[in-house]
Design a protein around this ligand. Structure first.
Ligand code: DX5
Ligand code: ZN
Length: 220
């Protein structure tokens, strides 16, 4: 099957010590670092942007899995590429008219394109983006309403993950929101392989144990 990627969400970290927090997660076995970029418009919260990615990049070689919860993702492609982002996952809800251009420019700038969808958005809306000859390389299924860490996992979203996995056996499928030891089995058995986890990892006494449990559950 597809390889597990465990991506701690740095939204739950101490932003004032971001480089140390990133290094700590990598030491604990993190594969990727999930970076939640919000604009206070697409979601009712404001977090970080390209300047913070640029600062963090100076301290780590890690894969920076950027999740763009913004209304105009195209505006972020060039700044984030320059800043050193690795993955660029935009939302399908705000890219109906320009997803082809978006995917093309993300790839042209050397980043890996992904598409995400909110809980209320039907999974069929991402199919064209996965099937295009210039396709996204990951689908991020939101398992909470985007905007904040620490919310409750929505098990109903596993229907979307199952439908995707059935259609696309080798696609990277990421889940984000409320993932941890008590929900990983649902996500893994539905077919998710990239696991974002914020509060469950940062809130743990031993994050390495949580990360290894998440990874083991996806890989078995
Ligand atoms: C929510 C973000 C998530 C969030 C996950 O809008 O996209 O990445 O940080 O946090 P937890 O794992 O605490 O639900
Ligand atoms: Zn996220």
């Amino acid at each position: 099957g597809v390889e597990a990627k465990i991506a701690p969400s740095m939204l739950s970290s101490d932003f004032a010590n971001l480089a140390a927090e990133a290094e700590r997660m990598l030491q604990c076995g993190a594969d990727w670092l999930h970076m939640d970029i919000m604009d206070g418009h697409f979601v009712p919260n404001l977090t970080i942007g390209a300047p913070v990615i640029e600062s963090l990049r100076k301290h780590t070689k890690a894969y920076l899995d950027c999740h763009l919860m913004v209304t105009n993702p195209l505006d972020y492609v060039e700044p984030l590429a320059k800043a050193g982002a690795s993955g660029f996952t935009f939302h399908v809800e705000v890219s109906k008219d320009n997803w082809r251009e978006l995917i093309q420019s993300i790839k042209a700038k050397g980043m890996r394109p992904g598409v995400s969808l909110k809980p209320g958005t039907p999974i069929e809306e991402v199919y064209p983006l996965v099937e295009d000859k210039n396709a996204v390389e990951m689908v991020l299924v939101m398992t909470v309403e985007p905007g904040f860490g620490g919310q409750k996992f929505m098990p109903d979203m596993m229907d979307k993950v199952r439908a995707l996995r059935k259609k696309y056996p080798s696609l990277d499928i990421e889940v984000d929101g409320g993932l941890g030891p008590s929900t990983i089995e649902m996500a893994a058995s539905a077919g998710a392989n990239c696991i974002v986890a914020g509060s469950s990892v940062f809130g743990a006494a031993e994050p390495a144990k949580v990360i290894s449990l998440l990874k083991k559950t996806v890989n078995e």
